[in-house]
Design a protein around this ligand. Structure first.
Ligand SMILES: Cc1cc2nc3c(=O)[nH]c(=O)nc-3n(C[C@H](O)[C@H](O)[C@H](O)COP(=O)(O)O)c2cc1C
Length: 177
């Protein structure tokens, strides 16, 4: 299957990247093709809320969102990857998700698979409560089929992250798809 990874950390060599790299390694070993978008490097503007798209149609903004739209509509799975920023997803990832507005029904109709990869500094049990709830709500609303979440607590730096079980969990999630 074709998998699109929306990588929402501005740190290309950061902890989110560690989980993404491991997930992709596992998925490719199982024969899947992956396309990764490092959102911070892209020319991606926030939704202006003009609704010229009518919630399903061309967006009036001429930016890199078209690349993401084309990839997602040709794919079978979306992976949301983000560092935890103030208990939610990063602005980079939220910007890409908001732009789903212009192809919302097209996504819903596809019943795509999905997964969440995320890291945070905190190690409390409640660290990901808000982000997990948001992700589960997106799954429900967009009629996605959740394949799993890797919620990396205590992953404040790449060296911390490398010493946790989460990179292995991300690899295994990709591998078992
Ligand atoms: C703007 C900002 C907000 C953050 N908010 C949180 C937070 O709410 N909870 C938390 O545990 N860590 C928070 N962190 C820490 C990051 O989630 C953590 O360091 C993560 O490993 C960064 O991932 P990266 O290496 O992919 O950038 C925040 C970091 C930044 C820069």
């Amino acid at each position: 299957m074709k998998i699109v990874v929306l990588q929402g950390s501005p740190n290309k060599r950061g902890s989110t990247n560690i989980l993404v790299t491991e997930f992709i390694r596992g998925a490719q070993e199982s024969g899947h093709s992956t396309e990764r978008f490092d959102l911070a490097d892209m020319n991606l503007n926030p939704c202006t809320g003009c609704v010229a798209c009518g919630y399903e149609g061309p967006c009036i903004q001429q930016d890199d969102n078209e690349k993401i739209r084309t990839a997602i509509l040709n794919a079978d799975m979306i992976v949301f990857a983000t560092p935890l920023y103030y208990y939610g997803m990063s602005a980079q990832l939220k910007t890409a998700v908001d732009r789903f507005c212009a192809y919302n029904s097209s996504i819903t109709r596809k019943h795509m698979k999905s997964a969440l990869l995320t890291v945070a500094w905190n190690n409390d049990t409640w660290t990901f409560d808000a982000l997990e709830s948001h992700y589960r709500t997106l799954v429900r609303y967009l009629e996605l089929q959740d394949q799993g979440m890797v919620l990396g607590r205590g992953c404040g730096t790449p060296s911390m992250t490398k010493h946790t079980q989460y990179p292995k969990m991300a690899y295994e999630l990709g591998k078992r798809l």
